[in-house]
Design a protein around this ligand. Structure first.
Ligand code: FAD
Length: 277
């Protein structure tokens, strides 16, 4: 199927993009890489009168690494994340996770902003951002505000972003040197969304665990992180199993998903521990 007709807008700055969003309300949506939104439009799961392309807005691009902090422009593609050597040194977990998203074709177009703003529990970046304690910067008619990734996701496709706000940047603290990290993902085939995925950081004063596609939002568990910090791996797995709420679907029944979640989490913890310096 091809999408229903829509009017195409290509503003050159953020204020114009927000102006078009406000002018058309529910009828309008921004499009970044289009690799989640356009398939939804083709399936008629989203019908929109106005699409606002963010590609020409220079302020949304770029990767900056300052002392202790990484800032990603929302329009940074997954490919750009993977290719950036400085970023791979600062936060290697980002490259490891991005390499497990879809396939190279999707990664050349799909953006980090689109992935986290989408609100699809199957997207890999939201759980990763929660594990890394990222903050999302949002721009709207009232100005700019920040929301912690751990407080951003409310339900499937519902987030703390207001309809007329645009996600502009993602701010990430750089984990201390020597922090162990891993992103492990179980999927049915190359290019598929996760049946279960786990993001893990283990370091001095920093242990953090989040999982993907096992609830209607990503799941970051403080209890799981605390257990891990104390060296209690099974306690960490138990805490995470208590926090997730998988549903039966084409990726399997609930019991299977819970089993896979535990296997993948243990695998990610092993891998993170082996990399801890
Ligand atoms: P778009 O599709 O352009 O937008 C997605 C949503 O976010 C829309 O509602 C849009 O309005 C909103 N949005 C986009 N940018 C902003 C912004 N800056 N501010 C506010 N709202 C915004 N993803 C995974 O994580 N893991 C996978 O394994 C995976 N597999 C895939 C396999 C295939 C075959 C395909 C086609 C896609 C797959 N994806 C997967 C999704 C892909 O990573 C998408 O590119 C990504 O989810 C969305 O990024 P986008 O730039 O394409 O966003």
């Amino acid at each position: 199927m091809i999408p229903a007709g829509f009017e195409y807008h290509r503003p050159a700055d953020l204020a114009s993009a927000v102006g078009i969003l406000r002018a058309h309300g529910d009828e309008a949506r921004v499009v970044a890489g289009g690799h989640s939104l356009i398939p939804m439009m083709k399936l008629r799961m989203a019908e929109l009168g106005h699409l606002i392309d963010l590609q020409a807005i220079g302020e949304l691009k770029g990767i900056e690494i300052d002392e202790g902090r990484v800032t990603l422009g929302a329009m940074t593609t997954q490919h750009e994340l993977i290719a950036h050597e400085g970023l791979a040194r600062a936060i290697p977990l980002l490259r490891e996770a991005a390499l497990q998203i879809a396939d190279p074709q999707v990664r050349y177009m799909g953006t980090v902003g689109g992935n986290v703003a989408n609100g699809d529990p199957g997207n890999d970046m939201p759980g990763l951002m929660q594990c890394l304690d990222a903050r999302f910067e949002l721009y709207g008619a009232e100005g700019t505000r920040q929301v912690a990734a751990r407080e951003f996701y409310e339900a499937a496709y519902f987030t703390a972003r207001a309809d007329d706000e645009i996600l502009t940047r993602i701010l990430l603290p750089i984990p201390p040197a020597g922090t162990g990290y891993a992103y492990a993902k179980q999927k049915r085939k190359i290019g598929d969304y996760a049946t279960a995925a786990a993001a893990v950081l283990i370091g001095e004063g920093l242990s953090s665990v989040a999982m993907t596609n096992l609830s209607d939002t990503p799941v970051w568990s403080e209890e799981a992180g605390t257990a891990l910090a104390g060296g209690d791996i099974e306690g960490c797995v138990e805490a995470m199993l208590a926090a997730i709420d998988p549903q039966e679907d084409m990726r399997g029944p609930i019991a299977f998903k819970r089993h896979v979640a535990a296997v993948i989490l243990r695998r990610a913890i092993d891998s993170a521990l082996s990399r801890r310096a």
